[in-house]
Design a protein around this ligand. Sequence first.
Ligand code: KG4
Length: 311
Amino acid sequence: MKQSHCILGLESSCDDTSVALVRNHELIDCIVVSSSDLQSKFGGVVPELAARKHEEQFIPLVKELFRRSGISWKEITHVAYTNNPGLAGCLLVGKVFAKSLAFIHNKQIIPVNHIYGHIFSIFLTEQVKFPFLSLIVSGKTTALYYVKGFRDIELLDETKDNALGEVYDKVARELGLKYPGGPEIDKLFNRDRPVPRLLSNNPNPAQKFSYSGILSAVCRVCKSIRAMNIENKNEYIATMFQKWVIDGLIVKIKYWTVIKNVHTVTIGGGVAANKYLQEEIKRMNLDSFIVDTRFSGDNAAMIALYASYLI
Ligand code: KG4
């Protein structure tokens, strides 16, 4: 019989500092504190500021987590932390903190890939059968995986330039909306508003994800639209942009479900909270699982949970 374990997870890859406890694959508690209010003054994440915030927040957050859950160091068997990918300074704060804790308390340490954490975050709330497709769309990643097991993950496609969340944030900035821009564009989106297609009617699903062209196109529209007599310009641009990018994701998913002959799709990462994406996925003839919004952004619950499957 497998030994029981209790894992302290730490996440610090971008602007969210998070700590969590997972015992025998079950989440006990998770705390996430975002520095996005601070970052919003700059229209995006300033890596140095984010790293300093992690350094300030980790100790009080771990103390609070232990206080809330009544768990003590005696019960902890492992310390898991995000080791890659992410902002270098932010990752380093997490790694040094995790290693120091593990050293002082004599615990085993588990480095965790942040993207794999997102892929398996669905297991925090759902039981999904292998194999499945996993779309991870966040501020740092846009990638599609074919997942056959906890250690059997095939990358099918990833963005060759910007991540989709990052593009949402940039388009939102052009529209004068606050950071993070994804939820703001999502609120403005009007499914019933007729808008032109930005690019080809038949995007080639075998081509890699790419968003630099769409970003430039939207920025150009933002400039030219000022002189035009169009009602509610922000709604118009947000709708046009969102239709194109989300419809593009749906085309990709359809293509890969056929190629891989799979019928289950999961979606994780911050953009998974997008309402239009969620509606379009539900309309497909597939078993679809969307990561709960509590866990779609960066969080340590997914780091500790994935670590629990690596033991
Ligand atoms: O996974 P995540 O919390 O962390 C990073 O990768 O940084 O994702 C954050 C991203 C941001 O770019 C944000 O604008 C986007 O997720 N996002 C959304 C929505 N909610 C958050 N994008 C589109 N629609 C949303 N509802």
